[in-house]
Design a protein around this ligand. Structure first.
Ligand code: GLU
Length: 432
């Protein structure tokens, strides 16, 4: 049997990481088994599934390299086929028309078999629901629109889906879907329900908890390889403590029996650290081009800077950045006197009673110093004693004065790159 897995999202405008993780698991599962990964756009909600929402979905899939192996199927174009299936079910006695609930007209309902439903979920094991909790349910509304259950099952049958891998919010639906497969005389696919992604309180992870959409991460320069890697680990483990993978490395390893049944907690710090590892593999030229672009977009006059300063700053910052975008916050001061000054640092270091004396001391020393990194680094070890302050205090005051930042790369290196003129200008500006 050739595995045919699919991603069947309902486009709503933004693509939640929980959804894209479902796509990633389906993609890996299909690749692992040498099968096909398909896409079905469940766009029957005409208000939410706009052309823009569908295009956002495709962008997210493209960005992550999750292209389907066949043309996507659009559920909204298949309503006739869904109604035809309902007709077939009425002819075979599995469905009937009736008036129900608030719907003014007649709906079509599936006649449930009246027995307990059981299936073996590939992640959660045996799942069961009593017949009494499975009443007949609507397949087609009185206005002729097919409901989700009918469309979803008919489409899975027609697309030849062998494995349905989806979020565990669909477990309850699956009992109904199994009855539909049986009534339609089609073999049911295997099911694997993935645990939810939750926040620190164990509640479904949402935008309120932090970045939650694929686009948010893309905007922050998280690499698609890192999102892919991180989301795979959110609910799956390789069986050892390895955490860094390329997608090619994951294909042979990924099996559903290693998917955890319990909820997976979102951890943005871990995502950033995984991104840093993937960033280390990006070629220097690409890293530098992205950093330059981010600085430019933030209005930092990067193009006015000498090429060797740019090269040196990017090389210095490279091991410190978790994502390229961080260059703006952490290194704009190399290229621009108009850098922001951290408020806490301003108060603590630049407005301290000792500050004028320390700044004058530093001005005197730096006017005379040899501006090479090793010499400056060495001098920075001597000067605190001469100034009669703790080393940390002198260095933090100097760093605050010339960078506005609470921390950063080796201060000797920073001073050498800034150069004497810039350093003195910034000190004088503060002392004026
Ligand atoms: N459109 C449904 C969703 O996004 C489909 C679920 C499925 O069967 O995969 O939740």
């Amino acid at each position: 049997m050739t595995v045919r897995a699919r991603f069947a999202p309902s486009p709503t405008g933004q693509v939640h990481i929980g959804n894209i993780r479902v796509a990633i698991y389906n993609w890996l599962f299909a690749r692992h088994h040498g099968g096909q990964f398909l896409l079905r756009v469940e766009d029957t909600d005409r208000e939410r599934s706009t052309a823009a929402a569908v295009s956002t979905l495709f962008q997210a899939l493209d960005w992550l390299g999750l292209q389907p192996d066949e043309e996507p199927v659009y559920q909204s174009q298949r309503a006739d086929r869904h109604r035809e299936a309902a007709e077939q079910l009425m002819r075979s006695g599995h469905a009937y028309r009736a008036r129900k609930g608030e719907d003014a007209g007649e709906v079509v309902l599936l006649r449930m078999p009246g027995e307990d439903m059981v299936f073996r979920d590939l992640v959660r094991g045996e799942l069961r629901k009593a017949a009494a909790d499975l009443p007949d349910f609507v397949l087609v509304r009185s206005n002729g629109t097919p409901v989700f259950h009918l469309a979803n099952v008919v489409d899975d049958i027609d697309q030849g889906i062998t494995h349905v891998i989806r979020g565990d919010d669909h477990v309850e639906n699956t009992f109904r879907h199994l009855a539909l497969y049986r009534a339609l005389g089609a073999p049911a696919p295997a099911f694997a329900h993935l645990p939810m992604i939750v926040n620190a309180q164990g509640k479904p992870y949402s935008k309120r908890d932090g970045d939650a959409f694929v686009g948010d991460f893309r905007d922050k320069d998280i690499l698609p390889e890192a999102i892919f890697n991180y989301l795979v680990l959110l609910g799956w483990a390789p069986g050892d403590d390895r955490e860094l993978f390329t997608r090619e490395e994951l294909v042979p390893l990924f099996t559903l029996d290693r998917v955890h049944a319990s909820a997976a907690q979102m951890d943005l710090r871990k995502l950033m650290s995984i991104n840093q590892h993937h960033l280390a593999r990006v070629p220097d030229a690409e890293f530098s081009a992205t950093c330059a672009e981010r600085l430019r977009a933030a209005g930092v006059p990067i193009d006015a800077a000498p090429a060797d300063l740019r090269t040196a700053v990017f090389a210095l910052m490279r091991p410190r950045l978790k994502a390229c975008l961080e260059i703006v916050e952490q290194a704009a001061y190399f290229f621009d006197d108009a850098y922001p000054v951290d408020e806490k640092i301003r108060r603590k270091r630049l407005e301290a009673p000792e500050a004028p004396r320390l700044l004058a001391f530093l001005r005197g020393k730096l006017a005379e110093a040899d501006f090479s990194a090793p010499v400056l680094t060495e001098a920075l070890h001597q000067w605190p004693a001469e100034a009669g302050v703790a080393p940390g205090d002198l260095l933090a005051t100097l760093r605050a004065a010339v960078t506005g930042r609470p921390g950063g790369p080796d201060l000797g290196e920073v001073l050498a790159l800034l150069g004497r003129d810039t350093v003195l200008r910034r000190l004088d500006r503060l002392r004026a």
